[in-house]
Design a protein around this ligand. Structure first.
Ligand code: FAD
Length: 412
């Protein structure tokens, strides 16, 4: 009899898990309370951030965070009502900024990033989805020499993790991206970074391919589990119970309460990001742009130029605060002065973030038939392919392509 796996969550991570499991011969059921790819995976910046081994907690963060919280133009936002819940997360975040931990976390992130292409290639090819992928690279830009000097350690960390970079002055940067502000004085070109021109459509194409290959998508909310002597036997949904053999929890930031019901506590918080879409512009951006001074990213998407930014700590389902999107818009227009008109749309999505900038990928310490795949923070799009491959390897009992010790669910 064909073995079955149920994947909870049809964001980019769950969809990639489902496709890789299918390729290993499992009969796969993918459950989502909404449509596939409509939450965090809908509106991200689209970069396959293979150069992003640098964690978010870096040496010196303890000095910076309090100042950032009181600066209205800072990308870091914390809703005061959320402070009691977020405090333990921030304490762990600060602990993760010790130099030795930063080196170890960067190496762990990189151990996944080097497999980005291998994790995705068969899925993108199989779904005929390469039209959603572009290989023009990414450029980090700096408007102050001091910001560039402040980035020296992060650049060195990238270099030591094998990332290819070219350092440019402002004029060289504008030759490559003429739309950039004259204030840009330094840039780092990362030619090997690729991206999708529409993260939602990429996820949707992969989900359709999953169905075409015999997969089942069930539209229902998972509320809990019936747990027997050998682990969960049924999922409780708003449409009644479903029998399960193996289950993968890949529900983005909503994985925390599900993991808790399965006996594993994780410090997973919603780090909510915002985007604005500028439609009908009379110029193009060739590559993704990331501003170190303004903390915004810009990329030319299928339907216009998308600017993204902000890390707002709040409950995942709390209403968005579109003043944050306004700030992203202002900063984007200062970096690329040719941007015109009011944004065609604004959006908020919750990055699922752990304080040590690493996802959880592994078997539940409590139940042999439960696998976890969540908490990919700013890199969920990038890491989804390899995460899916690793989950499929775990489900079959094969040795895993990457050492999963740094991503253990019980490491906190
Ligand atoms: C502004 C912004 C920019 C970003 N830029 C990048 C980038 O350039 N590169 C990159 O790699 N990453 C980027 N990210 C991060 C990336 O978008 C996320 O890490 C990724 O989308 C997370 O995917 P996921 O599948 O884990 O979660 P999600 O996409 O949130 O999917 C989780 C799914 O689980 C479902 N679900 C939840 N609970 C239940 C339940 N109880 N029952 C049934 N279904 C449930 C939800 O409906 C949802 O569809 C960015 C994020 C933001 C916000």
């Amino acid at each position: 009899m064909q073995k079955t796996v149920t994947v909870v969550g049809a964001g980019i991570v769950g969809v990639c898990c489902a496709l890789h499991l299918q390729r290993e011969g499992f009969k796969v059921r993918l459950i989502d309370k909404g449509e596939p790819g409509m939450k965090a995976s809908f509106g991200n910046s689209g970069s396959f951030g293979t150069a992003s081994c640098v964690p978010f907690a870096m040496p010196g963060v303890l000095k910076k965070v309090p100042k950032m919280l009181f600066d209205s133009e800072s990308p870091l936002k914390l809703r005061w009502s959320h402070v009691p819940r977020a405090l333990p997360w921030f304490l762990r975040f600060i602990a993760a900024a010790r130099p030795s931990r930063v080196e170890e976390i960067a190496a762990a992130r990189n151990s996944l990033l080097v497999h980005t292409h291998a994790g995705y290639a068969p899925l993108i090819e199989g779904a005929d989805a390469s039209k959603w992928v572009d290989n023009n690279g990414l450029m980090m830009v700096f408007e102050n020499e001091a910001t560039f000097e402040g980035a020296a350690y992060a650049l060195d960390l990238r270099r030591r993790n094998g990332v290819h970079m070219d350092i440019l002055d402002g004029n060289e940067a504008r030759q490559m991206e003429p739309a950039l502000s004259k204030k840009v004085v330094k840039a780092v070109s990362l030619p090997d970074v690729s991206r999708t021109i529409d993260p939602f459509r990429l996820t949707e194409s992969l989900a359709k391919d999953f169905v075409r290959r015999g997969g089942e998508i069930v539209n229902t909310e998972v509320r809990g589990f019936e747990i027997g002597a050998d682990g969960p036997t049924r999922i409780i949904t708003d449409r009644g119970p479903l029998e399960i053999e193996q289950v993968v929890i890949a529900a983005g930031v909503w994985s925390r309460p599900l993991a808790k019901q399965l006996g594993t506590s994780v410090p997973l918080e919603a780090e909510r990001g915002y985007h604005v879409m500028f439609a009908n512009q009379d110029f193009a951006l060739k590559r993704a742009l990331v501003s170190a001074d303004r903390n915004v990213s810009l990329a030319h998407m299928h339907e216009g130029i998308r600017a993204t930014g902000v890390a707002e700590f709040a409950a995942p389902d709390a209403p968005p605060d579109m003043r944050n999107a306004e700030m992203v818009k202002r900063q984007a227009m200062a970096l690329v002065p040719g941007l015109k008109g009011e944004p065609a749309s604004q959006w908020m999505g919750p990055r699922p973030s752990h304080p040590d900038s690493k996802p959880v990928i592994g078997r539940s310490p409590r139940h042999k038939n439960v696998l976890f795949a969540f908490g990919h923070d700013h890199l969920g799009l990038t890491m989804a392919g390899i995460t899916g491959k690793l989950v499929a390897e775990l489900a079959t009992g094969k040795p895993t392509t990457v050492d999963l010790a740094p991503f253990r669910p019980d490491r906190f």
